[in-house]
Design a protein around this ligand. Structure first.
Ligand code: SAM
Length: 264
């Protein structure tokens, strides 16, 4: 009789499972990564693999015309891009402007612009970025972000993408949002896409946007469901525990990593 140590048993199980993992990754075009949930004890993490299968983005021609180009200019995955596209289409007739803060090379903004264009929206679209990377990061609420990350983007990247798609370029707000834009005259917002990675930055953006949201208006938080951007998770969780916000907004945690607020 062969007696195996604990380590040997673990290795045997791991080796047995590897072909299944490879098959699943190949079939579903996903990567299975072991997430160590003890890294951030108050924000538990695990790799989420939904059991649903319906994937309308595969056959959505107008989405794909944009996404297949924009995917080379974004850090946002297809699931979140499709949700942004869908939500931007749905708010397109509301009376309010649209704002993205955290544009980087332009990918997610192009998806919004495509949806607004398809729906003949009258909303004005603003996009904001420092183009020098993440700011206001490194507070005790943040985990990975310290400031300066994602500085590898420029206006040239953005212009190139919009020219490939033949889309009009939205109004670009260069600098720290909202601090560098005191003159900005936006009174109503129907959609906000906040993708700024850090607690204080998200807080600044959202506190500026909240009083401007119109009824039915939507705030999409990127970074809510990801290891490394717990500052955003913490900010949103604090926000939704506030009684006033609960009365004014519906909250959705989408398992693609987005958090969504809808103004009642
Ligand atoms: C993860 S990237 C955005 C990714 C982008 N949405 C995409 O489609 O890939 C985060 C961006 O937020 C910007 N940023 C962070 N805080 C900001 C702030 N307060 N004002 C303006 N830009 C900010 C950074 O410069 C960086 O380009």
């Amino acid at each position: 009789m062969v007696i195996l140590s604990n380590l040997e048993i673990k290795l045997k199980i791991k080796n047995f499972l590897i072909p299944f993992k490879n098959l699943i990754e190949k079939s579903f075009k996903i990567k299975i990564i072991r997430v160590r949930n003890q890294l951030v004890p108050d924000i538990p993490h695990s790799r989420i693999v939904s059991e649903s299968t319906y994937s309308p983005w595969i056959k959505d021609v107008s989405f794909n015309e944009i996404y297949q180009v924009a995917k080379n200019y974004t850090l946002v995955d297809e699931y979140r891009m499709y949700e942004i596209y869908n939500l931007a289409s749905q708010i397109s007739s509301l009376d309010g402007d649209v704002l993205e803060v955290g544009t980087w090379r332009g990918g997610s903004s192009a998806i919004i612009q495509g949806a607004l264009k398809k729906c003949n929206s009258n909303s004005k679209f603003f996009i904001a970025d420092t183009f020098k990377g993440v700011v206001k990061a490194g507070s005790s609420k943040d985990t990975r972000y310290k400031g300066g990350e994602h500085s590898d983007a420029s206006l040239e990247n953005l212009r190139e993408l919009y020219s490939k798609l033949k889309f009009p370029i939205p109004e670009i707000l260069i600098g720290v949002f909202p601090d560098d834009h005191h003159e900005l005259d936006i009174k109503k917002l129907s959609l906000v896409h906040s993708d700024v990675d850090a607690y204080d930055s998200t807080s600044g953006v959202i506190k500026w946007c909240l009083p401007r949201m119109v009824k039915g208006g939507i705030i999409i938080f990127d970074d809510y469901g990801f290891l490394g951007t717990e500052g955003v998770t913490r900010f949103v969780n604090e926000l939704i525990s506030d009684m006033l916000i609960k009365k004014e907004f519906l909250f959705i945690h989408n398992l693609n990593g987005h958090a969504i607020l809808i103004k009642k």
